[in-house]
Design a protein around this ligand. Structure first.
Ligand code: GLN
Length: 484
């Protein structure tokens, strides 16, 4: 059960080699065994998961199944899930039980998938190492002293340690791809608007996008088939015909034009990671692809632009946590203003407060033009760089992260060093483009991810490009020692 693809798990369920209840019990057992050392899950509810599994078994018995019926999926704790604690990694929501389902959760429920638990994450999805969670840091299964990446670090650790066969994540500036790179699995951040944000706790609304995390591109395609789709409850959800993301798998990639941005291979990229990325690109050449050097001249501005826009949106989104409506409220206070102050002072962690301060500052009357408006203008330039690049190539490739997983605590006190982790991932969020990270080898037993960036709505094509690589390599199938 441990290393099977979602498709083969589905076949076994259909043939009744094992039931969904048995499969769910198996993964719950692994969670019980390994979660104390990994801290990948914030909440597990055996009874709820098994009830869902039994319902799935009934559906399967009646022949009313779709591919993911009865398959356990770990859900990032940013998705409201009715009756489950939904904390977003924050003390602010420690005791919050979601009264409704996010669209992503609804979709998995509709097909009869099993919620195997809610995964740990950086507080309000702010971070690149999963060290800002109120529920403690998550560990990387490849080496417990190292970070798994963030902010979807719990989902990442769960997939890498095989505590669940599939998981969800969200990616505002790299939070699916960077942990996928550091933990050695496949992750996809879809085109902005393809997966509804309804019920997904907001960080930076113009950048937030949910996506699948799993062992292979094939598995991610199946998850995307469930997660995507128009939703009128999210005003930025895109109205498009439903697509089968697995439909292009196994198409030839002969003649594929791969753009290599020279800006992704400069200073700051670890040389051993560079070597592996070059080797992965060579592999694509062998498969018949053509390599073209391209330029993304404004990429170096992506981090400063993001760290103006994302905090600005966060400062507005997080104003709802005031101790009045729901969530944490301070115990002792003099008056209403004092209650607001103390609630927010005690309920938010340091990184979240830093972002709220930056965001409030850049949106203030005197600085709006100088920072926020300027950042929006550069965001447009960054986006145009990609439009120009895609006139010359079909896909862009490079590293997902500048290095392999780093030591816990190493960058925690240095926010700028932490922000640099997102140097290769953030520009695609600013442009709203789809991108993936796939395993491309190891540096001293630690995984390295290759990033693939596509033009808008080319997820099916991207998944095929990733699948072609995975048919010819086995990096994605390796599992960490102690978790095989
Ligand atoms: N690391 C980035 C940040 O801290 C991105 C996080 C994300 O994608 N959610 O904002």
């Amino acid at each position: 059960m441990l290393n099977l693809s979602l498709q083969s798990l589905a076949l076994h369920l259909e043939k009744k080699t094992f039931s969904s209840a048995e499969l769910t019990q198996f993964f719950l057992g692994r969670i019980k065994q390994h979660n104390p050392s990994l801290n990948a899950f914030i909440s597990i509810d055996e009874e709820k998961s098994l009830t869902m599994a039994k319902k799935a078994d009934e559906l399967i018995a009646k022949g009313k199944k779709s591919t993911l019926t009865g398959i356990p999926v770990a859900q990032k704790d940013i998705f409201c899930s009715q009756g489950w604690p939904t904390t977003c990694g924050s003390k602010m929501l420690e005791n919050f039980i979601a009264p409704y389902d996010a669209m992503v959760i609804e979709k998995f429920n509709e097909v009869g998938a099993v919620n195997i638990g809610k995964t740990n994450m950086d507080e309000f999805a702010m971070g690149s190492s999963n060290e800002t969670s109120y529920f403690g840091p998550v560990k990387n299964p490849w080496n417990l002293d190292l970070v798994p990446g963030g902010s979807s670090g719990g989902s990442a650790s769960a997939i890498a340690a095989r505590l669940a066969p599939a998981a969800t994540g969200t990616d505002t500036g790299g939070s699916i791809r960077q942990p996928a790179s550091l933990c050695g699995f496949t992750g996809l951040k879809p085109t902005y608007g393809l997966v509804s944000r309804y019920g997904m706790i907001a960080f930076a609304s113009s950048l937030d996008q949910a996506g699948p995390m799993a062992i292979s591109a094939e598995d991610c395609a199946l998850l995307m088939n469930v997660m995507s789709g128009h939703d009128k409850r999210d005003s930025t959800s895109i109205e498009r015909d439903k697509e089968d993301y697995g439909s292009k798998l196994n198409s030839s990639i002969k003649g594929l034009k791969i753009g290599i941005p020279k800006e992704f291979f400069g200073e700051g990229l670890d040389s051993s990671v560079h070597t592996l990325i070059d080797a992965a690109i060579d592999q694509y050449k062998k498969l018949g692809a053509e390599i073209i050097e391209i330029s993304l001249p404004n990429n170096h501005l992506a981090i400063p632009v993001y760290y103006v826009i994302a905090p600005a949106e966060a400062s507005s989104n997080l104003s709802r946590y005031d101790g009045v409506r729901y969530g944490y409220r301070t115990k002792e206070y003099d008056d209403l203003t004092d209650m607001y102050f103390k609630t927010r002072q005690e309920g938010f962690g340091e990184e979240v407060k830093r972002r709220i301060l930056i965001g409030t500052y850049v949106l203030s009357a005197g600085y709006y033009d100088a920072y926020y408006l300027k950042a929006q203008k550069i965001r447009r330039l960054i986006s145009e760089d990609f439009t120009n690049a895609f006139k010359q190539c079909d896909v862009i490739m490079g590293p997902s992260a500048p290095s392999v997983a780093f030591n816990a605590g190493e960058k925690k006190e240095d926010p700028l060093a932490m922000y640099m982790q997102d140097i290769y991932t953030i520009s695609t969020n600013l442009a709203g483009l789809p991108a993936m990270s796939i395993p491309a080898g190891f540096v001293s037993n630690l995984p390295v991810g290759l990033q693939l960036i596509g033009n808008y709505f080319t997820e099916a094509k991207l998944l095929n490009i990733a699948h072609s690589f995975q048919k010819n390599t086995d990096w994605h199938l390796k599992s960490a020692k102690g978790f095989e």
